[in-house]
Design a protein around this ligand. Structure first.
Ligand code: SF4
Length: 341
């Protein structure tokens, strides 16, 4: 399989007339101003670090790309398309909102080599959409997903965990909706509270409780595993380290951990292993054998061996051995027992 690299171009909030309660896009992208004259330099700098044979995609992320000024959007697409025509870049992806998808937009995106559209759905629950002031309905989401697929784009669904009014049940519904729309990929964002947002005001007034890290890990792991079973590629869990999470002046509360994605994968492994071992109904003092794919040992054992410790507490084995094998893929687990002699 070819290596794949995204060259992200952040379009801060320019495209969005909304102000979702959780969003301070200028804070998230770390960019206040946008200067189109920098775009070629960003792309060239990134290309200079890419090895031959790598599949390169220009990614217009940040605000709502298809909602920015039309001429600016075309100018950006034209720049990207120049790189596609000379073979330096394979394709383009962009992120946007469901209500900024229509036939004209999709026709233009197709013309300029856009391959994938990442749709910020966040939730399919109308109550959550209202409480977060998303400014669109579930029907907008349904229509946009259908159109994106009908036009032959790759769909990536972005969803959030722990929004106001959201529960694990509603998050599972959002996950299942994304799966049902034949999405190729998904991003899972546990809700982080940034300063200068309405969500921060709600949190300070005691009207919203930010997710604890542990809840964010468990809920994200449940959603991750659901996507995995449906063969939807989870591209990312949590915001990037560059997204000002460490900065006290922008971050207020919520699950803020530099390795959140890793912790979620550790938890997915734990949940799978626990389920598989339970089926074996082991006796106290048995030896547990846990087989995982090559390179997955540390993810399966967990940070600070947390998974091993928890499995020991639950099943009281004499010993647990984690063994790598060529015969399994990532996040596949096989378990066995060796009875105590
Ligand atoms: S739609 Fe996106 S960019 Fe616009 S306010 Fe909401 S989260 Fe921010």
């Amino acid at each position: 399989m070819k290596n794949h690299v995204n060259i992200p171009i952040f379009i801060p909030h320019l495209g969005c007339k909304n102000m979702c309660v959780f969003c301070n896009q200028r804070t998230i992208s770390g960019v206040c101003e946008f200067d189109i004259s920098n775009v070629r330099r960003i792309i060239d700098d990134a290309l200079a670090t890419v090895r031959d044979g790598t599949e390169v995609e220009i990614a217009f992320f940040g605000g709502s790309f298809t909602g920015i000024d039309y001429n600016l959007m075309i100018s950006l697409l034209e720049i990207a398309y120049e790189y596609i025509k000379c073979g330096k870049v394979t394709s383009v992806r962009c992120s946007t909102r469901p209500d900024y998808i229509n036939e004209d937009i999709l026709t233009v995106l197709k013309k300029y080599g856009v391959r994938a559209i990442e749709l910020g759905l966040q939730s399919v629950d109308e109550d959550v959409l209202n409480k977060t002031k998303r400014g669109h309905s579930f029907l907008d989401e349904d229509r946009a997903c259908r159109m994106i697929i009908d036009y032959g784009f790759e769909l990536v669904g972005q969803m959030m965990i722990g929004l106001p009014g959201s529960t694990l049940e509603s998050e599972i519904k959002t996950c299942d909706f994304i799966i049902s729309k034949s999405a190729k990929g998904a991003r899972i964002y546990p809700t982080v509270v940034f300063r200068n947002t309405e969500l921060c005001e709600l949190a300070m007034a005691g009207k919203y409780t930010p997710l604890q890290l542990e809840d964010a890990i468990e809920r994200s792991a449940v959603i991750y595993e659901r996507f995995r079973k449906a063969h939807v590629n989870v591209i990312r869990v949590g915001l990037c380290a560059s997204e000002n999470l460490a900065d006290e002046s922008t971050y207020y509360g919520g699950p803020n951990h530099p390795a959140l994605g890793e912790l979620v994968i550790n938890r997915v492994y734990f949940n799978i292993i626990k389920e598989e071992v339970s089926k074996l109904n082991p006796k106290k003092g048995d030896n547990l054998l846990i087989f995982v794919s090559k390179g997955s040992l540390s993810k399966a054992i967990g940070q600070n061996k947390i998974n091993k410790k928890k499995l020991t507490d639950i099943f009281s084995p004499q010993d647990i051995s984690f063994i790598e094998t060529e015969n399994l893929n990532e996040l596949e687990v096989s378990v066995g027992l060796r009875e105590r002699k």
